[in-house]
Design a protein around this ligand. Structure first.
Ligand code: GLV
Length: 333
């Protein structure tokens, strides 16, 4: 087997892959262009890629040997799954192993934005601190407030667990409707499912944990900001384009909402210049899953799925198991 890896893997995962395949690893942090990916995929059966790599019909048609794409991320909005499925290309992702790391970061952003930690840090560093003062950097306390979680999947639930310990009342939106899951969420977190309008109106804090799909692109825009409380704090660790970033700049700069904590941006790594000027936003560079343990586990899961597929077992982390039969047929050719 010949595999292209577009980022550095953990030593353990790299060793496992090297045992079964000839591996071409791209070791720079600068993203490869589409032409470079196509050139390096020549004659390769599998690609282990990152969320900056765009996989669509155009690329797939130029890489006829490619049979599997292992995305080292849980989100796979960088991949046109239907294009892959129709060509018998199996796609895998890394669900489950990054829930705690991402929920930790989201909670860090919530606390930072609500208690103005980023702003306070800049204030101290700038030598502006004159002494203790009663009203200096007054922020918002979490206990007793209402938290709205948009997208109550694995990461949303890990976030809810943390929120419970901080005394937050939880409401959420969830795309699928499943009575038994809703009862479970009620039992575990005393959490109530609501619609998006009601979540926007009722929440003191909102955290986004849904995937980016055509249905969730700009899910939060000016109409939603108009419904939010003026002291609402918004956190996003999912994908930037779930929020209309121009509308967010407007909402933050006019104090329509109080603050935001953002790990993801609509046109990464570009950040709207309007955000950079604002004090009431704390930003991190898409590091939701960036803990050593989690990154190792993501690499491990990506490589396990790849090995399993080439050993003729449909991996549990296949995003498009419906492509399995066509994948197997192509494998046997
Ligand atoms: C990171 O953003 C991921 O989707 O894993």
């Amino acid at each position: 087997m010949n595999v292209l890896v577009t980022g550095i893997l953990s030593e353990k995962a790299a060793q496992r892959l090297n045992q079964i395949a000839t591996v071409d690893t791209y070791e720079s942090d600068d993203a490869l262009s589409e032409e470079q990916v196509v050139a390096r995929l020549d004659g390769k059966n599998a690609l282990v890629c990152l969320l900056g790599d765009k996989i669509d019909a155009r690329l797939l048609d130029k890489c006829p040997d490619l049979k599997l794409v292992a995305n080292v991320a849980v989100g796979y909005d960088n991949i046109k799954v239907a294009d892959a499925t129709s060509r018998g290309v199996l796609i895998t992702n890394t669900p489950g192993v990054l829930d705690n790391a991402t929920a930790d970061l989201a909670f860090g952003l919530l606390l930072s934005a609500a208690r103005r930690i980023g702003e306070s840090d800049r204030f101290v560093r700038a030598g502006k601190w004159q002494g203790w003062s009663r009203d200096l950097m007054l922020g918002q306390e979490l206990n007793g407030k209402t938290l709205g979680i948009i997208g109550m999947g694995r990461i949303g639930k890990a976030f809810a667990k943390r929120a419970q310990a901080f005394g937050l009342k939880i409401i959420y939106t969830k795309k699928s409707s499943d009575q038994s899951k809703e009862s479970e969420l009620k039992e575990s977190f005393d959490a109530d499912k609501v619609d998006l309008d009601s979540l926007c109106e009722r929440s003191d804090f909102i955290s986004i944990h849904c995937p980016l799909t055509p249905a969730t692109r700009h899910l939060v825009g000016s109409a939603q900001f108009a419904k939010m409380k003026s002291d609402c704090v918004l956190v996003n660790t999912s994908r930037g384009a779930v929020i209309d970033e121009a509308a967010l700049v407007e909402a933050l700069s006019t104090n329509r909402i109080a603050a935001a904590g953002l790990d993801v941006f609509e046109r990464e790594p570009e950040v709207s210049p309007g955000l950079l000027k604002l004090e009431n936003v704390v930003m991190t560079p898409h590091i939701g899953s960036a803990s050593q343990e989690t990154r190792d586990a993501m690499d491990e899961l990506a490589i396990s799925g790849l090995i399993s597929a080439f050993e003729n077992k449909c991996p549990k982390n296949a995003v498009n198991p419906e492509a399995w039969d066509a994948f197997v047929k192509r494998l046997k050719k």
